[in-house]
Design a protein around this ligand. Structure first.
Ligand SMILES: Nc1ncnc2c1ncn2[C@@H]1O[C@H](COP(=O)(O)OP(=O)(O)O)[C@@H](O)[C@H]1O
Ligand SMILES: [Mg+2]
Length: 502
């Protein structure tokens, strides 16, 4: 394979990007964007709910989509954390048991109201040529009802919820109550404007992206109703017009934490799109970054474009001495759960270490190791934090593996898990979930969170790949865990936990 030689000067300007897409968008994300089938399905509106782990690229998809839509002259409304506060919701809204007021339905109605009002405001913005009759109706409504509103978006939603709550829980005669509720649930205030809005949408595309719903997530009744209601509202708003699309992103664990969603999975299945990465696409991501940085530093674009992804990688990170040509890349990829943020962080840490020692490119393989320790610690703690609502105290469970061999026979692992479940090996803060598991249930949790990898039985195990056929939850969609006889702790966690080769 051709070699690419990058001077040490490139090392100074090399930038793998900011760890989150919101900041990365100003740092080359669009130019370095890896365009996947997932992106295309979301952009085309074929899929409107984007599921993915933390750091898997949900915001990146929305950021690039928003930028491209705007460039094409279309309108984009972005809803993000400042716009919702779960604490505020919980402290403002009455609890469900204060009158069984069917929160989900109320939240769904309030979301629909908010989304429609936002779209109307957007299309009525200055400089828009509104269709004559239709535009006039919408403008009149906005002037009358939302004129001096510097009102935040969330306040608009809350005010609608409050209207519902007051009628539900208030001292109103039963018949009147039903009528009033019907009016609110049917969005009577804006219902007559929807045909006008459809007309406007004939000529104007509007996309709403709702991102970062997990920020500040507290797993409360209101938080769950907020998200479940949003899903319901999306389905209905997306039916108004092909030129109006609402897209939502959600972390996988959050989705699993909301019974109203997965119990209704049937209803949402064909909207869901899950982000998945492979080794190849992660390599592509890093190679794009390397080419981009080198080009920014004046390196010949043609030479860079001729170099394939692995060549670019190896120009920065030398292969393992005496190992395969993709050895150093696989070493890094093996220490991730296939999420872009992980590989960006690992590579960035290596660069920082390397800059202190000021060597030349490519960086020798040994340079990966000092970076790995800190990276491993951070990832272990982050993963535990990610699951703090489902499996509080998970870090303590990980800690039990400290200093052990990293490979386990099923029986040994079951024994250790039994001790954990029974509390013979004590852990803190796990009482809400751990004692309720059996050992296999705990193994399942450790597999699902990415902590354990498994060697599938039968011919699924690829021979001679240096990984002895162990794979993780990020690499397979279905695995018969019950049949697995050998497990390993995922390499990402090993450096921090000081694990030994078994
Ligand atoms: N398709 C992609 N192409 C290039 N970079 C990406 C892509 N997806 C994610 N990234 C980068 O990976 C990092 C994490 O992505 P982000 O969208 O912030 O994750 P999430 O929102 O899912 O937590 C960011 O630096 C982002 O720019
Ligand atoms: Mg994000």
């Amino acid at each position: 394979m051709a070699r690419l030689i990058l001077s040490s000067k490139i090392l100074d300007g090399l930038d793998f990007g900011a760890p989150s897409a919101e900041r990365d968008i100003g740092r080359g994300l669009e130019k370095c964007f890896v365009e996947s089938a997932t992106y295309n399905r979301v952009h085309s509106g074929a899929k409107t709910v984007l599921l993915g782990n933390r750091g898997s690229g949900k915001s990146a998809i929305f950021q690039v989509l928003a930028k491209r839509e705007r460039t094409a002259g279309n309108r984009v409304i972005e809803l993000s954390p400042e716009d919702y506060s779960y604490e505020l919701l919980s402290s403002t809204m009455a609890a469900e048991n204060a009158g069984a007021w069917a929160k989900h339905g109320a939240y769904a109605a309030a979301w629909k109201y908010l989304l429609y009002v936002l779209v109307m405001k957007e299309v009525a913005r200055k400089g828009m040529r509104l269709a004559k009759g239709a535009g006039a109706d919408i403008n009149a409504y906005l002037r009358k009802n939302h004129a001096n509103v510097q009102m935040g978006r969330i306040s608009l939603l809350i005010s609608y919820l409050k209207r519902l709550e007051n009628i539900k829980l208030g001292p109103i005669e039963a018949g009147a109550k039903t009528r009033e509720l019907d009016r609110l649930y049917n969005l009577e205030e804006i219902h007559s404007l929807l045909p006008a809005l459809q007309k406007v949408l004939d000529r104007q595309r509007v996309t709403i992206v709702v991102d970062e719903l997990d920020r500040g997530w507290d797993s409360s009744e209101d938080a769950k109703a907020f998200v479940a209601g949003l899903f319901q509202a999306c389905v209905s708003v997306n039916n108004l017009h092909p030129n109006l699309t609402v897209c939502v992103s959600l972390r996988r664990e959050l989705y699993d934490d909301i019974p109203a969603l997965y119990e209704d999975a049937q209803k949402y299945r064909d909207l869901l799109e899950t982000i998945r990465w492979s080794e190849d696409s992660l390599l592509e991501l890093i190679a794009k970054r390397i080419r981009y940085s080198a080009r920014e530093m004046g390196y010949d674009a043609q030479v860079l474009d001729r170099a394939d992804d692995l060549t670019c990688w190896n120009a920065v990170f030398a292969p393992v001495p005496g190992g395969p040509v993709d050895g150093s890349f696989r070493y890094v990829a093996d220490r991730t759960l296939y999420r872009p943020r992980e590989i960006i962080e690992f590579c960035t840490t290596v660069l920082e270490v390397a800059r202190d020692r000021a060597p030349a490119l490519p960086l020798p393989f040994e340079m990966l190791r000092p970076a790995e320790r800190g990276y491993s610690e951070e990832r272990t703690k982050d993963i535990a934090a990610e699951y703090r609502f489902q499996y509080p105290g998970l870090l303590g469970v990980f800690e039990v593996f400290r200093g052990r061999d990293h490979t386990f026979d099923r029986e040994d692992l079951q024994l250790l898990c039994l001790e954990l479940v029974l509390g013979d090996v004590p852990t803190n803060g796990t009482s809400s979930w751990l004692p309720a598991r059996d050992p296999d249930g705990l193994i399942e949790v450790l597999w699902q969170t990415g902590f354990l990898t498994a060697r599938p039985v039968g011919d699924a195990a690829p021979a001679g790949d240096g990984r002895e056929g162990f794979i993780g939850v990020h690499q397979v969609q279905h695995l018969n865990l019950a049949a697995v006889q050998r497990f390993q702790v995922h390499p990402m966690f090993r450096a921090y936990l000081g694990m030994r080769i078994g």
